[in-house]
Design a protein around this ligand. Structure first.
Ligand code: C2E
Ligand code: CA
Ligand code: CA
Length: 665
């Protein structure tokens, strides 16, 4: 008997040590991984260790009365820790299988309920001396039956869900065996608890339990290892993914697009289908970054990529080629699909973007080409789509399909781009000046700076010969800044040489006027050349104002506060109205020369000019008439009370050398 006691004590102690070590190993895993199921498994093994330690003490003190307080408390600790072990172990397994986290409160509730149940079962017949069998039923038969149910249920559940690792198969099998073991034991215990040999059965099951607990413990470890490996793999995959994808939007990058295209083209021709290569460019995206900040910009790019990927037409490729340009490739059979796809793309982009409670609106331009119609290499097709996009943008059209004549222009632009940049470096551009005459004082009001290109081969070029190219190449900002610099230098120079300040009006394109850097860079120029701001005037067209009224308004107010004048050029040809202009603090309205041209012969033009002058004066703006070519026109304008005139009749645009002669007079 004494021997048996020692043997049992050792048995449970060994158990406790093994599970203690397993719990420690799992703890290490948990620190490395931090996954929820490892945490609960680790707690469950701690509970198991506690139960085995309690059993060790119980086995050692087995001779004392089972109804003594010490024995009841030990039994309670044993039961409750074992219940908690089973519940936490199964919860961990459930989480590991479903790979979904479980809210902490559920875990606490389940573990707490098991804990309470265990104590309830322990205490029911705890101090009733005669009820040996009832006590046995509550502490052994009933719990074992419940565990059997739980393990079988878990085996069934894990069988229904896809196996996560090899160890989940091992666990399934051991659960079935385990569940059976508990059922068998609870059956046996109901019928044969009184048999003499039953204590041998209990010993057998005790050994069995060591084995099965060990199996469970080691399956957990194997499972962990599998998880570790797959985590490492997914980290590697992620690194690869990031290498090949653009990390901001998760779309393919340029190389990846080029890599993927050949396969798509092969597939398409095999199935007698075509590919459309859409290239999207988000309009004025730069301003999103400038106005709302880079974070908003990044968010929007990600959102655009997501919309494109999830789009109805199920694109074969969504890639981001650079900052705000995306490629969208889709397979089609009939041409009609293209116009629908285009509408869809524009709608996708135009849907408002919500960020920080703001609704941001965007538009895009699309250029596209077809495989195999336009080319059979990925590189070529992207280039052609890009060329088409370029055309769409420079003509302000929403979408443009590639056509062969674009290529000619493309080559032309490529050559011109080099030439224009070189011309700026070599200072081949020259400013001509056209005087503006004040009709009230009959004196020079100022001059308008008009650019000319002293082309090394083609001679003196006028703006209409190269400005369209500058525009198409998006070099307007560079050119405008170049002209501004030249104009300021001229003002300073004349002041030095002739002691007089001459106002110079400079034409500013829409792109440049919307650039937030415009105001600070003008400020810097004025400081550098020591020019008072009121001798610089900027000419913008109505369309600049209409594109974005608020931002134009802000810029004009800023310029005016600095003392710089702003006038509206080519008035009457755009789509604004004087009603809009009323709100703007502009100084001057320049009536377009087309109205002046016919004014003497055409009554309706005369009426228009008359009312333009009257309305402008009503709004407190000065009026200048452009393109005055005859004495008659000048006389009419005088009677209409026009403030100033400019045109060939006064003077053509002249070189600086000629203008200086005029000063000297
Ligand atoms: P604009 O701003 O309307 O400039 C007036 C244009 O009308 C000038 O042509 C001028 O030579 C012409 N003009 C002046 N008086 C008369 C006239 O009595 N009759 C006729 N038929 N034409 C007259 P230019 O110099 O060829 O400039 C054409 C356009 O190029 C300008 O129109 C302006 O929009 C643009 N431009 C010229 N220089 C610059 C510049 O430095 N920067 C920018 N961004 N644009 C410029
Ligand atoms: Ca002008
Ligand atoms: Ca004009």
């Amino acid at each position: 008997m004494n021997e048996q006691l020692v043997a049992n004590t050792f048995l449970y102690l060994t158990n406790a040590i093994v599970f203690g070590v397993l719990a420690f190993l799992l703890w290490q895993f948990y620190r490395g991984f931090g996954s929820q199921h490892v945490k609960y498994w680790q707690f469950s093994l701690q509970a198991l260790t506690t139960s085995q330690l309690t059993m060790t003490v119980k086995a050692f003190t087995a001779l004392s009365s089972p109804t003594s307080v010490v024995q009841v408390v030990l039994e309670g600790i044993y039961q409750s820790s074992y219940f908690v072990f089973v519940s936490l172990f199964l919860i961990g397994l459930y989480i590991a299988q479903t790979q979904k986290p479980l809210a902490r409160r559920y875990v606490v509730a389940i573990a707490g309920a098991s804990f309470a149940t265990a104590w309830l079962f322990t205490l029911v017949y705890a101090f009733a001396d005669g009820h040996v069998y009832d006590r046995f039923f509550m502490r052994e038969t009933l719990p074992e039956f419940l565990f059997g149910l739980a393990y079988m249920g878990m085996a069934f559940f894990s069988y229904r869900t896809a196996p996560v690792h090899v160890s989940s198969r091992i666990m399934q099998v051991s659960f079935v065996i385990y569940g059976l073991r508990f059922f068998v034991f609870s059956m046996l215990s109901t019928f044969m608890v009184a048999e003499v040999w039953f204590s041998q059965v209990i010993r057998f099951f005790a050994f069995f339990d060591i084995g099965s607990h060990a199996v469970i413990g080691f399956s957990m470890l194997i499972w962990m290892q599998g998880a570790e490996r797959s985590a490492a793999n997914s980290a590697k995959n992620k690194a690869q993914y990031l290498g090949r994808h653009d990390s901001l939007t998760g779309s393919l990058n340029r190389e990846q697009v080029l890599e993927k295209m050949p396969e798509l083209m092969r597939n398409a021709s095999k199935h007698n289908k075509q590919l459309s290569i859409f290239l999207l460019d988000i309009k004025r995206f730069k301003f999103i970054n400038d106005t709302y900040g880079l974070k908003t910009g990044d968010y929007i790019l990600g959102e655009i990529a997501r919309r494109l990927r999830d789009s109805l037409f199920q694109p074969q490729i969504v890639g981001r080629l650079s900052g705000d340009s995306f490629v969208y490739v889709f397979e089609f059979e009939h041409r009609q699909q293209i116009s629908r796809a285009l509408n869809h793309l524009h709608e996708l982009i135009a849907r408002p973007y919500q960020y920080d409670g703001q609704d941001i609106m965007l538009q895009c331009s699309v250029g596209y080409s077809f495989y195999p119609e336009h080319g059979d290499s990925a590189e070529t097709l992207l280039q052609l789509s890009n060329l088409a996009l370029f055309h769409a943008e420079s003509r302000n059209e929403a979408s443009k399909q590639y056509s062969d004549d674009m290529q000619v222009q493309g080559r032309h632009l490529l050559a011109v781009e080099k030439a224009i940049k070189l011309a700026m470096e070599r200072d081949e551009f020259e400013l001509y000046f056209q005087p503006q005459l004040n009709l009230l004082t009959n004196k020079l009001e100022g001059v308008e700076a008009l650019i000319r290109w002293n082309h090394p081969d083609d001679g003196l070029l006028t703006p209409n010969q190269f400005l369209p190219d500058v525009d198409a190449l998006a070099l307007n900002s560079a050119l405008d800044n170049y002209v501004l610099d030249k104009a300021c230098r001229a003002i300073a120079r004349w002041h030095q040489a002739y002691r007089r300040w001459v106002t110079v009006a400079v034409n500013i394109t829409a792109v440049e006027f919307q650039d937030p850097k415009l105001v600070p860079s003008i400020q810097a120029l004025l400081l550098r050349y020591d020019v008072p701001p009121n001798y610089l005037e900027l000419e913008i067209t109505e369309n600049v104002v209409m594109t974005d009224l608020q931002s134009a308004m802000d810029t004009i107010v800023e310029l005016q506060t600095m003392g710089i004048k702003v006038s509206i050029d080519d008035f009457g040809t755009g789509y604004s109205s004087l009603a809009y202009l009323r709100k703007l603090p502009i100084d001057k309205i320049k009536i377009d020369r087309s109205f002046i041209n016919e004014m003497a012969e055409n009554d309706s033009d005369l009426t228009i000019v008359k009312s333009m002058v009257r309305l402008s004066h009503g709004l407190g703006k000065r009026v200048l008439a452009e393109g005055v070519e005859t004495q008659t026109q000048l006389d009419i304008l005088r009677t209409l009370d026009c403030d100033a005139v400019q045109g060939y009749f006064i003077s053509k645009p002249i070189s600086e050398a000629d203008l200086v002669k005029y000063f000297k007079r």
